[in-house]
Design a binder for this molecule. Structure first.
Ligand code: ATP
Ligand code: MG
Length: 561
């Protein structure tokens, strides 16, 4: 089923093998779960998904694809105050955009509120749960700590009928918020603090996006998650390492109710990406503080942000495959993500010329009224991608960085009295530079060699090739150059990560670009030759107002800095 390559445990087609797949293979071989596999992805709709979630999505849906098994999408919607329809919609959009399909309808933990309630009553009836009326501070205080065991609540051994009656009254709204809770009766001196009679239900008068005002008691995560998994027939419940301590409780709940099945929880390490943050809570703060332009700002490590920046689903999936799945916590370098994008975009994008910092070139020996239509290959290696028209005129733009008054031999561009080839066009020679009042080049006067279209000049070597656009036909484009959002590798570890925001993370420039770039549909990515990959903005780009976002540079420029 899965091939392996020893270095990064992925294959060309990125079918990864990993310890979780090994467990699943063994379970199938042993006939566990009747040989079935069923996974789920259970986000809380309290923010947009980020690149860390992409790892979990690729794992859960990737297993489903490879084992031809179902994967559910389930909203863990038990905290009404932070959840919204907008978030739920964005999550579905992101999962679909990544190219995955969930099984059947979207599920919600709130679909199971009735079942959860009934299981809670079952626990009470079995003497495994009780209503605790201690004040919240006492509950906290009596939990003890790592050194000291907890103290049992005076309500712990109350008769089941009494707890049942109180629990029903809690549900009926007879008590104010926070007055009492339902707790599991496990062990107040358990070394795992989560097992010291954890709270299962609390009273919260909150409007829920799906169940409205039907409930004034809400189940806690640890009670909800395992039961939701079981009700959906999940076989392998994959979650991140921080839930390892929750596993005994996951198992305890399912062992003590008449659960339809007992899924196996398996933990893997989170994705941490250097120079950014992968915590919804912190990303929410960035959005709310207005430091970024919303959840889908192309600098954000959200799936929506990466999409708007121009990352493709394939590049994100390839990146997740390259990161792999293990139990070892580590920090992944951004280069891995950017390389995945370069690899994909190199094969799939058409080439264009765009001059990001234009200076005018006048070809003094080119007739003023003359115009030619030259041709450029859309891809240097893939002929099937066709060609495009390139208008050539007496006045052109080239990039300021492509001209110098003098330079050594390493500089393979245009130097005063030297020659350079204009890509897809002629060889030109720089004769004069007109400077502005600040001594900056305003205009270059050049001559062209009419005999060099598609062939080398006789008897002389031309230093290099630069890109250009016709001044008459070029379109102006707003180009956004993105850099890392943070200046430090681990902004999440700072007291206030806002202090580490990179003030240069966005630079907006006016570029002159090939006319054909006006026709591009939003979200189309191109390689701007010699510059990088640029994607027409999903929302703001149009034929009248060109807006391109730099997805990634051609090479890693960060490590040179
Ligand atoms: P955050 O800490 O960003 O709020 P979360 O874990 O609270 O994340 P959920 O919506 O509960 O967010 O996550 C849904 C699933 O995605 C969970 O199974 C969770 O383990 C997984 N997940 C979240 N962050 C990461 C990450 N950085 N790497 C891998 N998986 C992740
Ligand atoms: Mg969570």
């Amino acid at each position: 089923m899965s091939e392996t390559k020893s270095t990064d445990n992925t294959t060309e087609n990125s079918t990864p093998t990993n310890f979780i797949r090994n467990i699943i293979n063994k379970d199938i071989a042993e006939g566990k779960n009747d040989g079935k596999v069923h996974t789920r992805f259970p986000p809380e709709p309290n923010g947009y998904l980020h690149v860390g979630h992409a790892k979990s999505i690729c794992l859960n849906f990737g297993i489903a694809e490879d084992y031809q098994a179902p994967c559910n999408l389930r909203f863990d919607d038990t905290n009404p105050e932070k959840e919204s329809e907008e978030f739920a919609r964005s999550i579905q959009e992101d999962v679909s955009w990544l190219g995955f399909e969930w099984e059947g309808d979207v599920h919600h933990a709130s679909d199971y509120f009735d079942d959860l309630y009934n299981f809670a009553e079952e626990l009470i009836e079995k003497g495994k749960a009780y209503v605790d009326e201690q004040p919240a501070e006492d509950i906290a205080k009596n939990r003890g700590n790592f050194q000291e065991p907890g103290k049992e609540s005076p309500y712990r051994d109350r008769p089941a009928e009494e707890s049942l009656e109180q629990f029903r009254k809690m549900k009926a709204g007879e008590y104010p918020d926070g007055q009492m809770v339902l707790r599991a009766k496990i062990d107040m001196s358990h070394p795992n603090m989560l097992m010291r009679d954890p709270v299962l239900y609390r009273i919260r008068r909150l409007h829920h996006i799906r169940t409205g005002d039907k409930w004034c008691i809400y189940p806690m995560y640890d009670f909800t998650h395992c039961i939701s998994d079981s009700l959906e027939g999940i076989t392998h419940s994959l979650c991140t390492l921080e839930f390892e301590v929750n596993r005994p409780l996951y198992d305890w709940v399912l062992d003590n109710i008449s659960a339809p099945c007992h899924p196996q929880q398996i933990e893997f390490s989170r994705l941490n990406l250097a120079y950014t943050i992968t915590s919804k809570r912190k990303l929410t703060q960035l959005v709310e503080s207005g430091k970024v332009d919303g959840w889908d700002d192309p600098r954000m490590p959200t799936i929506a942000g990466m999409r708007r920046r121009g990352f493709t689903p394939k590049s994100i999936r390839d990146f997740c495959a390259a990161v792999g799945i293990s139990k070892v916590n580590s920090v992944t370098d951004m280069i891995l993500l950017e390389d995945a994008a370069r690899n994909d975009l190199n094969d799939t994008t058409e080439r264009r010329m765009a001059v990001l910092d234009p200076i005018k070139v006048i070809i003094t020996n080119y007739p003023e009224d003359k115009e030619e239509t030259l041709q450029g290959m859309n891809h240097p290696k893939i002929e099937d991608m066709g060609t495009r028209d390139l208008p050539f005129t007496r006045e052109l733009y080239i990039d300021r960085a492509d001209y110098r008054e003098s330079a050594n031999k390493k500089y393979k561009r245009l130097v005063k009295d030297g020659e350079v080839r204009l890509r897809n066009a002629y060889v030109i020679k720089a004769n004069d530079a007109v400077l502005d009042e600040n001594g900056e080049v305003k205009e270059l006067h050049c001559t062209y060699d009419p005999d060099t279209l598609g062939k080398n000049p006789e008897g002389r070597k031309v230093r290099g090739v630069i890109h250009w656009v016709s001044a008459k036909y070029a379109k102006e484009a707003t180009v956004r150059l993105y850099d890392r959002l943070f200046n430090v590798p681990n902004p999440g570890a700072m007291d206030d990560f806002h202090d580490a925001l990179n003030p240069e993370s966005l630079k907006v420039i006016k570029a002159m670009v090939e006319p054909s770039l006006a026709d591009a549909k939003p979200e189309t990515c191109f390689q701007f030759e010699r510059e990088g990959y640029f994607t027409a903005d999903r929302y703001e780009h149009s034929a009248d107002k060109l807006v391109y976002n730099r997805t990634v540079t051609l090479r890693d420029s960060w490590s040179d800095k």
